[in-house]
Design a protein around this ligand. Sequence first.
Ligand code: PMP
Length: 420
Amino acid sequence: MTTTSHALDVERIRADFPILSTVLHAAPKRPGVQLAYLDNAATTQRPQQVIQAIVDTYEKHYANVHRGIHWLSDQSTDLYEDARGKVQSLIGAPTREEVIFTHGTTESINLVARSWGDANLKPTDEILLTEMEHHSNIVPWQQAAARTGAIVRFLPITDDGQLALGALDQFLTPRTRIVAVAAIPNVLGTINPLSEIIVRAHQAGALVLVDAAQSVPHQHTDVQALGADFLVFSGHKMLGPSGVGVLFGRRELLEAMPPFLGGGSMIRRVTTALFEPAELPAKFEAGTPPIVSAIGLGAAIDYLQQLGMDAIQAHERLLCTRAHEVLSSVGGLKFLGPTPERKSGIVSFTLDRVHAHDVAQLLDRQGIAVRAGHHCAMPLHKRLGINASTRASFYFYNTLDEVERLGTALDEIKRIFRRK
Ligand code: PMP
């Protein structure tokens, strides 16, 4: 069965992704199995257009950026800055200078926790996180709390994996300085009601950092409509190369923050006694930035925008809904998180009496790539009373056929374990 949803011709799209035609586990008398890549929340694959943009840059345009008084450096700088403009337009940032290239979501959050956090947090101030966060949106805040004496609190979740918004008023206190929350958490896939959270946090006088690692790649994003103070994401989860990420921050906040890393490019002037930081965005881009990765991310954004974020989201919803239908007939399978209409293309589950790692290994024998473990969300797993889970996560190039294969393979795994 092929999948052609209203707007996306998935068969044609798949032809752009060389890796998706991989056949694995072939042996002399066995033909091998077709890869079903269902680990997109960990990282996505790249289309030929992104790979070609990287090759072209190295072949024709590569030099260091912002340094050059030579032609090639100007070329490279133009491409790097074009990529910044593409990010700006993708997320609706008011100006390019509010788009900072980092090495990923993790670094972006560390930047804010270190730079904004150290300058603004005082003992007994509160940092509000949620029980569904990735470690990247927990540990930097715990570190900031340890440095400043601030306190980290966690908004609870409901049993079906949604934020307990009823408790928000109790957790937003006059001491709350920042709320750091995932737009879509990486295990539950819940589409969190960000606008409401942001409005209520602002009413309480707190800033909001949105961890958009799992949302920017999958749905339309508008930082101005949202009213986000900071928003962060990674290139590698949206067809781009690894090693590049983004921090969006409101200009007045970024201007008031001290630099995170010191070094070349982030200064206006250095003497033996002191330095003066550069203007935005250079102030937060110390050293040689991820030049080619950022340019590759620009090509990835072109690709996504050509498909349309709404069409991407609609296709993923189709896959997620079908996955819930197919997987609910697998005996002993329990979904984590809400029902499909409340989440993105992430389907995490446990299988009664089968460890998540065994599930993932047996699926791999069928060519199906999923993730198993705690997915960098140990507090979430503890809250749910489990040690590990298995996660299938879709992107727009996945097909209904792959969903059926997942269901059939899980049925088979369940049968194997029942016999044991
Ligand atoms: N937050 C969320 C919600 C994520 O899914 C991830 C990646 N799994 C991260 C943060 C960290 O992203 P990165 O490893 O690219 O820095």
